[in-house]
Design a protein around this ligand. Sequence first.
Ligand code: FES
Ligand SMILES: [Fe+2]
Length: 344
Amino acid sequence: MNYLRNAWTQAAWANEIQPGQLLARTLLDEPLVLFRDAQGRPQALHDRCPHRFAPLSMGRLCDAGAAVQCPYHGLRFDGSGACVHNPHGDGRIPAAAKVRSHPLVERHGALWIWMGDAALADPALIPDFGFNDPEHWAVGTGTMVVDAPYELEIDNILDLSHIEFMHPLFASEAVRRAEVRCEHEGDTVWCKRFMADDREVPDFLRQAFQVPEGAIDRWLHVRWQAPAVMALWAGGVAHGRPPEQGIVSQQAHCFTPVSASQTLYFYSISFPKLMGPLAQALADESVQALRAPFEHEDKPIVEAVGRRMAGASLFELKPVLLAGDAAAVRARRLLQAAIDKEHA
Ligand code: FES
Ligand SMILES: [Fe+2]
């Protein structure tokens, strides 16, 4: 499987690794163990001891996180993957006693991993999810395993025309006649949907947009960055008012391949802490509300599509192209070009 490796992708939510804990997680077909070192910095090691290949994640952290001790014969490795302790013989450390490590950076409430050439891993390239910074935002997060290739999730989020058919709760006549624009700046693709004069808005959306009655102008803007890192802004304002006066909810939809046929889905929704003590309750409630359609509507169809495609790539199956496909096709082509460049 050809993955894009020289890119930051989400490995976990920051609160998934607490001091003293080891988290086993497979990404891009590689078993990893994630933990926090003695300084609290997140670390990612290949989850296999170089002695007899035991999973390090079955071991334990020692010296307050300074090293992971292998469960089998007790070699210890620090966050760089260097062996720092050999309890056997004269204690000399064999030159080959080293574990591969990957850059792992905590930013915007998430842990971002770089699984390619570590020399190229510039933290300035981490996609901007400032709306998930716990300092200013109340954030609700979720994680889901999807048994489908991660590329199908790019298509799913960038082409929200499926709302009409898959998500009856969010559908309306205005959603059907949405005006859709695809924009492309550098390595970033945008899909912007505008749904003007929506008169069938469900109550919970009315509440969210604080427009108790009358028509609403709504929009859904999705930003894609490679490999499958997406942000979504869902806004609404009383019909005819300027969008700047509207209320916008901000969501992350980040997908990291576990393997060619399985994907980890990290999603979030955030509200400004300025809203007061209710913000966190609202974020938790909203992320729970989102989980149902993600799990019961998106996941089954994306997995079924994956089974029907049976390992073939999108373009080799010569898909019929519809009006709403521009952004997903653009993103797919940029992703493929980046992968080709990396493997050239
Ligand atoms: S397998 Fe790790 S020390 Fe032996
Ligand atoms: Fe969906």
